[in-house]
Design a protein around this ligand. Structure first.
Ligand code: NAD
Length: 344
């Protein structure tokens, strides 16, 4: 018997959505029913390249199509509206990060989906990068003992503004754009923090928000530094790679430039270059991120098939958003933020 294909629509056909479209096109479990973008030319182009009917309005899309899920890849201010439309029409949803700008909005999005019993996941893809899955496996194997220190770092001078001009105008920038992923990695590798403290600055005067941020996360038995910058010049571009150090009671894991992974476990030291799977459409330097979209999609489909809750469910993402918004509170107040304050 052939397996049912999940009927999906992609809402928002801009810059990052191209990775979603390619990644879905290699997934045998889905069928693209429609594309949607207020910029109708983009929706039409996506439909011409990947299939389905093009829409300029999400209301019309939901009114006319019978869908199993929507993949929302619009810019953040529209996420709430899109998720609410999905809930209203009884359609499961996967939504790009950040889920929302505001905790009240995020809570209401999560509630609306859960009241209807609809699967809901946030496209929090960094933990789905191949090297990050590998690091998590090593930690879980006990090879480095109990983690007590982490540093998760994303530093580049790559011009992110040409492809994503909306970042120039964003009052909140690198924390919500990239540190959010690094916070999620810290939770994934080490656990939930009790408090965080942020130091953040604007280096590039053309933008409105912050483009350099350093956050200290204090976990019950560990500390983790998260740092991100879009103004870091070096002799070798590593964009868009994330560097990781996890130190444990019996060893350490270091993920450095070009996916070099070193594991120290007791007296043994292993070094390897993590191979990022090639999907045909993926290319340097994006391949690590592009590959993670393939993995996010697989995870979502597995959750739909089994009824399992996604790792980065809406509910789980409320905790991540609490940290992310808390990082801004800390930067603005100059005080430590008590994690969980915004969840109450
Ligand atoms: N996870 C990652 O690695 C990653 C990387 C880049 C961007 N993103 C996220 O992806 C999302 C999109 O970012 P982008 O850089 O691709 O932005 P973009 O501006 O290139 O694309 C967004 C698209 O949404 C469309 N849109 C806006 N409002 C709409 C509406 N009401 N109805 C239908 N379409 C609408 C726009 O016309 C645009 O084509 C953001 O949430 C961003 O944070 C994630």
């Amino acid at each position: 018997m052939t397996q049912k294909k999940y009927r999906y629509a992609l809402i928002g056909c801009g810059f990052f959505a191209q990775n979603h479209l390619h990644a879905w096109s290699q997934n045998p479990d889905v069928e693209l029913i429609a594309t949607c973008d207020v910029d109708f030319e983009k929706a039409k182009l996506a439909a011409a390249n990947f299939g389905g009917k093009a829409y300029a309005s999400a209301e019309e899309l939901f009114a006319n199509e019978d869908l199993d899920f929507v993949d929302i890849a619009t810019t953040p201010p529209t996420h709430k509206y899109m998720v609410e439309l999905a809930a209203k029409h009884g359609v499961a949803a996967i939504c790009q990060k950040p889920l929302a700008w505001d905790m009240a909005d995020a809570k209401s999005m999560v509630k609306e989906m859960s009241d209807k019993g609809l699967p809901f996941m946030v496209h929090e893809n960094f933990r789905f990068q191949t090297p990050m899955r590998k690091i998590k496996e090593i930690i879980d194997s006990g090879a480095i003992g109990r983690p007590f220190f982490g540093r998760i770092s994303f530093r580049t001078a790559h011009d992110v503004y040409s492809a994503q001009s909306w970042l120039v105008e964003s009052e909140r920038m690198i924390i919500v754009d990239v540190a959010v992923h690094l916070f999620d990695l810290a939770r994934y590798f080490i656990g939930e923090p009790n408090t965080i403290f942020t130091s953040a600055h604007r280096v590039n005067p053309i933008i409105k928000g912050e483009d350099s941020a350093t956050i200290l996360m204090d976990m019950p038995d560990a500390s983790c530094i998260v740092d991100a910058s879009y103004e870091t010049r070096s002799d070798h571009s590593t964009y868009p790679q994330t560097f990781v150090i996890i130190e444990g009671t019996k060893g350490a894991i270091t993920l450095s430039a070009d996916y070099h992974l070193q594991v120290v476990s007791g007296t043994s030291v292993t070094n390897e270059v993590v191979v990022i799977p090639d999907h045909g459409w993926t290319s340097q330097p994006w391949n690590g991120i592009q590959d993670s979209v393939v993995n996010v999609n697989k995870h979502w489909i597995e959750c739909l098939k089994t009824g399992r809750t996604p790792e980065t469910s809406g509910e789980d993402t409320l905790k991540l958003l609490d940290i992310t918004l808390g990082a801004y509170e800390s930067a603005e107040s100059g005080q430590v933020f008590n994690v969980g304050s915004l969840l109450k």
